[in-house]
Write a protein that binds this ligand. Structure first.
Ligand code: IYR
Length: 315
């Protein structure tokens, strides 16, 4: 039950809990996540990587799909550029704490095989165009002028689960509609269905809904201390507002995940030091007793410390 608690901590949903318990009884269950290699590895990715580390500790074999063809279909660059970024991503994940046993798989290494392609065609027959398009709403680069690539993408993601033989698929909440498509349609192509785990999205430092490497609203896990300082200093962080506040979210996911209280250092003339639990932090911030600048300074200091192993790995 400790294991279940650890897996569940910080997630938004698990579909389903009972199935997860069954998977934990297996000999060596497999958990996977896929990433489009593009731009920098940032704190949004890190939320899911942390959860993969939890699953690794819980006894899962971890497969990380470096989804180069998916990135290509989503217009993230040429395949050569994308493969280079895939290599950087793999290094980032190891630097961040996934163990050396983690299996990294390049999408294009299996996604063009005859068997894969035939399964995808089979799935194409049982999936409506409307549903495939809808599943991409939070993933595609296009708001209008939709490309055919956009409906091939989710079909491939579903078939990945079959070919990588996974027991658990993890993703941010934006993957939900593709995951639901998988739950419903995998049985139709003769496959079992994986357990799905969703983690929350992190707001961008500009306050927009999703931290994203293409929007310059991210903090990269290998950013220098100076860059982290600058980005947090300029970040959206409205006084009194905790909903949708990226700095509060960073504190929640990256500091309070391993600490019960956080020390806020303030000069006596600004009220002196505070040691706050997460709930106390929310209350103080809402009541205006904690100024955005003091919050930012503390989160900056803590985050620089948390990301130190990543910077060391690259040096
Ligand atoms: N759709 C993901 C990338 C991706 C995830 C999985 I799980 C796949 O099997 C394939 C691709 C994204 O938006 O980054």
């Amino acid at each position: 039950d400790n294991t279940i608690d650890m897996i569940e901590r910080g997630t938004l949903e698990i579909i389903s809990h009972d199935e997860l318990k069954e998977k934990l009884q297996k000999d060596s269950p497999v958990a996977y996540i896929g990433y489009e290699p593009s731009g920098k590895v940032h704190l949004g990715h890190a939320i899911t990587v942390k959860k993969m580390i939890d699953l690794q500790k819980a006894g899962f074999k971890i497969k990380i799909l470096l989804a180069d063809l998916h990135a290509y279909l989503n217009e993230k660059g040429s395949l050569e550029e994308i493969k280079e970024i895939a290599d950087y991503m793999r290094k980032c994940f190891l630097a961040f704490g996934l163990s050396e046993e983690t299996e990294f798989i390049l999408g294009s290494s299996f996604q063009t095989s005859e068997e894969y392609t035939c399964k995808m065609y089979q799935l194409a027959l049982s999936t409506t165009l409307a549903r495939a398009k809808r599943s991409m709403a939070q993933i595609t680069r296009h708001e209008t002028d939709h490309r055919v690539a956009e409906v091939i993408y989710p079909l491939m993601q579903v078939i990945d689960m079959l070919f990588l033989d996974v027991d658990v698929a993890l993703g941010g909440m934006e993957q939900r509609k593709i995951h639901m498509l998988a739950r419903e349609n995998l049985p139709k192509v003769g496959s079992s269905v994986p357990v799905i785990i969703h983690t929350p999205l992190l707001h961008g430092t500009d306050g927009s809904e999703k931290m994203s490497s293409s929007k310059e609203n991210f903090i990269a896990i290998d950013d220098s201390p100076e860059t982290i300082k600058k980005k947090i200093k300029n970040s959206f962080c409205p006084a009194g507002e905790v909903e949708g506040n990226p700095i509060i979210e960073i504190a929640k996911h990256f500091i309070y995940d391993h600490k019960d209280t956080m020390l806020i250092e303030r000069p006596p003339k600004f009220g002196g030091n505070l040691e706050l639990s997460y709930n106390e932090l929310l209350e103080s911030y809402k009541d205006g007793k904690l100024h955005p600048l003091d919050l930012k300074n503390t989160v900056t200091k803590e985050l620089i410390e948390i990301l130190e192993p990543v910077r060391n790995y690259f040096e």
